[in-house]
Design a protein around this ligand. Structure first.
Ligand code: GDP
Length: 521
């Protein structure tokens, strides 16, 4: 079955860990399927003609993203892009709703960093198995054992190394292949421009040729294996353990091994569970759900692209499908594959694949599409912990009606979250977002689609909790560096200027019930 050949994953990392470099290295080893073919990279981000042009230029970032598809051995691999840097937003989290596994990319000198932790938390919540790739081993960095300890100590994730570096960070000779105890020696090529040659040596030869570096690698690997670090497929599937690989994306070291692990160990698409709790078999008629909507990527076409992950059946371009939310038909004449600025037409797609549907102004994030019987609807938009807050007001008060309509629309699409309180009143909603770029997108759309220029005033809150007992709301509202706001899903968010403001209030009212707000939930 085609779906069994699919591996659909995303890279979770902090900016600068090497995600773009790894993406290029993976595609170099594999074969990019799309004819348009060029790989995502920073140089290639220039020249996008889009409504977001000004914003992108001003920030030097790309806010378009989707999936890169390539084939490796007999497998089709879909790599979904997770925007980072200044474009980190709710969309980044939502991408994780569409993958079957994740590669956690760590900089060997930095270990777990904030954005990686947030994304990992979403993976954990969703039960997504995580493969860890320690990158930049060619540069001085931390100790391999210390990096593994950090996984245990900070996120309770058991490292199960499949390779172990020979040579400390900065003196990368190759890796010990834990599976058979042999040595895979890497050889540098000019700038890592081609697939790096590797040579496999027996343990005896490695010992003779690499001496102390080899001995140390073997001892450390044995130590970890004795400490419960042997690969355990059940722990990987359950998200309690992570296979660990070491490499240097820029030199293509360790990249082939990562592809092999994706192919051999990463989960294939599974039947997705619908709102009724029933799993839709992979061979049921076509179904998919929209995990991202991009407006006006191409000014010439004024289009809106909806990205959907196929969950069951065969997608064929031109098919007319039903949108489960509205019950309306949707024609898929313009299905594309989109990655960065590259687009190509999709003729067929299988479970695990991502399709970009153009002219999709009727589609929203969270919508389910299906063909034939029986109908199906997958769970809609999850909520993520916001980190940025701003009050929103129409600049021209006579546009209050357009403002209200616009806000409602943006909220339903998940562009921003909308919070309210009796104290602030209905006319002044608070926008909440995972990343500040969501505010720019909201303001841009309110102005251009709803004719309402808005004024956004950032609120100083940095610390967020869930209010456990609604009766305690006045205690927080009375503090002058805190307040409670209600999200449309009913969650009451207690917001504080900073940790200090929270601690002071807790000391004054030891019985306050505040729960941590998970990245998702
Ligand atoms: P991203 O922000 O995660 O997409 O990171 P990039 O792929 O843009 O990489 C950030 C920087 O780290 C760039 O200068 C890369 O050349 C560099 N880099 C990426 N991988 C490696 C590696 O394995 N070794 C070294 N030395 N540098 C790397």
């Amino acid at each position: 079955m085609e779906s069994a050949r699919r591996r659909t994953f995303a890279v979770i990392s902090h900016p600068d860990a090497g995600k773009s470099t790894l993406t290029e290295a993976l595609a170099l080893h594999a074969r990019v399927i799309s004819e348009a073919g060029a790989v995502h990279g920073k140089a290639g981000r220039q020249g996008v003609v889009s409504d977001w042009l000004e914003m992108e230029r001003a920030r030097g970032i790309s806010i378009t993203s989707a999936a890169l598809q390539f084939s490796y051995r007999d497998t089709v691999i879909n790599l979904l892009d997770t925007p980072g840097h200044a474009d980190f937003s709710e969309d980044t989290y939502r991408v994780l709703a569409a993958v079957d596994s994740a590669v956690m990319l760590l900089d060997a000198a930095k270990g777990l960093e904030p954005q990686t932790l947030k994304l990992f938390e979403v993976c954990r919540y969703r039960g997504i198995p995580v493969i860890t790739f320690v990158n930049k081993w060619d540069r001085p960095g931390r100790d391999a054992l210390a990096l593994c300890d950090e996984l245990v100590d900070r996120i309770g994730l058991r490292p199960m190394p499949l390779t172990w570096p020979v040579g400390v960070a900065g003196h990368f000779r190759g890796v010990l292949d834990v599976a058979d105890g042999s040595f895979v020696r890497y050889e540098r090529t000019a700038g890592g421009a081609t697939v790096a040659p590797e040579e496999r040596l027996s343990a005896e030869r490695a010992e003779a040729e690499e001496g102390e570096d080899w001995q140390r690698a073997r001892e450390e690997a044995e130590l970890l294996a004795a400490d419960g670090g042997e690969f355990d497929p059940a722990a990987f599937a359950a998200g309690t353990g992570t296979p660990v690989l070491f490499g240097a994306a820029v030199l293509n070291f360790g990249v082939r091994h990562l592809l092999d692990v994706l192919l051999e160990l990463a989960p294939r698409p599974e039947p997705r569970v619908d709102v009724e709790g029933r799993a839709r078999p992979l061979d049921a008629p076509f179904s998919a759900f929209v995990f991202k909507v991009q407006t006006g990527m191409d000014r010439a076409h004024r289009d809106q692209v909806a990205f959907a992950r196929v969950c069951s059946g065969l997608f064929e371009r031109g098919m007319v499908v039903t949108n489960a939310t509205t019950g309306r038909p949707f024609a898929t004449k313009y299905a594309q594959q989109v990655f960065g600025q590259q687009r190509s037409t999709v003729e067929q797609a299988y479970p695990g694949d991502v399709i970009g549907l153009v002219n999709a102004s009727a589609l929203r994030v969270g919508d389910t599409l299906y063909a034939d019987k029986p109908p199906v609807r997958f769970p809609g938009l999850p909520s993520f912990a916001p980190a940025h807050f701003a009050t929103a007001r129409p600049v021209d008060l006579s546009r209050a009606k357009q403002f209200r309509r616009g806000v409602e629309q943006l909220e339903s699409e998940g562009v921003v979250q909308v919070l309210r309180s009796d104290l602030r009143g209905d006319a002044v909603p608070v926008f909440a977002a995972v990343g500040p770029m969501q505010f720019d997108v909201a303001a841009h759309r309110l102005e251009h689609e709803f004719g309402c220029t808005v004024r956004l005033d950032r609120l100083p809150y940095h610390t967020v909790r869930k209010l456990g007992d609604p009766a305690q709301r006045p205690l927080i509202d009375a503090g002058h560096r805190s307040e409670v706001l209600t999200r449309t899903d009913g969650t009451e968010l207690a917001l504080f200027d900073d940790d200090m403001a929270l601690r002071i209030l807790q000391r004054r009212h030891p019985d306050l019930v505040l729960e941590p707000l998970l990245a998702e939930g």
